[in-house]
Design a protein around this ligand. Structure first.
Ligand code: ATM
Length: 265
């Protein structure tokens, strides 16, 4: 099978903004997140004496189940909002009212017999709705959009793990979707046995619903393929990806994410 990693993102008709540049020499904040960031981000919001840029960014979070994406994306949203950044938190699947219904079908553990192509097209349908009614309008209004999973998840799950031809996935994305390229994708990486045990703990404790456990019920080998897929995509696009070790404690991961975000200028 030939894997096509790079979806060619269609340039969106969005508000103009300064190009991204990176600055080196950034120190980590303390694990409590209170440290001094050294990075400067042009804009108007201060952090530890530094500034956080106020123009829009599109940041996506990826990772296997139990990698802590949902917790960490909330931390980042809180961090940015506390500094005056107009920031929208959204997710795939399920970032719209229609998408919530698609999500329920996709994650229902009773839908074990779902064909991989059906799965791909449902994720695509969710994404079309999401891009048109949430992502593009918010970015056009100058808001920063933080998205819990996006197109890379389709390459990792439907491509690498389900074995669908990634050329088909790429074509669907390039020809049907007007896909917007993220400025930054944070990949929270950890071994699947740790991620899955965290995810099942949350489901058993009631912190997460078992009604969305279709993917958790996949074998460890499936999640290993997803992880390998994500790492491969990140390796091919180092300018967009930051891979963070998600087996560290929550505060450490939070600090690394904040430091990554504030160094994008
Ligand atoms: P969250 O639980 O992170 O919201 O994701 C729902 C599932 O959808 C997730 N499953 N697990 N484990 C990954 C899966 N997914 C895909 O298979 N393809 C996609 O394109 C997306 C966005 C998610």
């Amino acid at each position: 099978m030939v894997y096509v990693f790079k979806i060619r993102f269609v340039p969106a008709d969005l508000t103009p903004r300064p190009p991204l540049r990176r600055r080196g020499g950034v120190s980590l904040p303390s694990p409590s997140g209170e440290g001094q960031g050294v990075g400067f981000i042009g804009g108007g919001v201060k952090w530890g004496g530094q500034r956080v840029r106020s123009y829009r960014m599109f940041i996506t979070f990826e990772g296997i189940e139990g990698s802590g994406k949902t917790t960490q994306i909330r931390h980042l949203a809180e961090f940015l909002r506390d500094r005056g950044c107009d920031c929208v938190l959204t997710r795939e699947p399920g970032g719209t009212e229609i998408g919530k219904k698609i999500r329920a079908i996709l994650l229902d553990p009773e839908n074990k017999g779902m064909d991989s192509l059906t799965e791909l097209l449902l994720y695509t349908a969710d994404r079309i709705q999401h891009i048109k009614s949430v992502i593009k309008p918010c970015l056009s209004q100058g808001k920063t959009v933080l998205c819990d999973r996006y197109a890379d998840a389709t390459i990792a799950y439907q491509g690498f793990a389900r074995g669908l031809d990634t050329e088909v996935i790429r074509r669907v994305h390039e020809q049907i979707l007007e896909i917007v390229k993220p400025d930054l994708t944070i990949l929270l990486d950890l071994p699947p046995e740790i991620g899955l045990s965290r995810a099942w703990k949350q489901i058993r404790s009631g912190a997460r619903t078992g009604q969305e456990s279709r993917f958790e019920q996949e074998l460890l080998a499936f999640h290993e393929k997803v992880r390998g897929g994500y790492l491969e995509i990140a390796r091919r696009e180092p300018e967009r990806f930051r891979v963070i070790d998600a087996s560290q404690n929550e505060n450490r991961v939070r600090a690394e994410i904040i430091n990554t975000v504030i160094t994008i200028v």
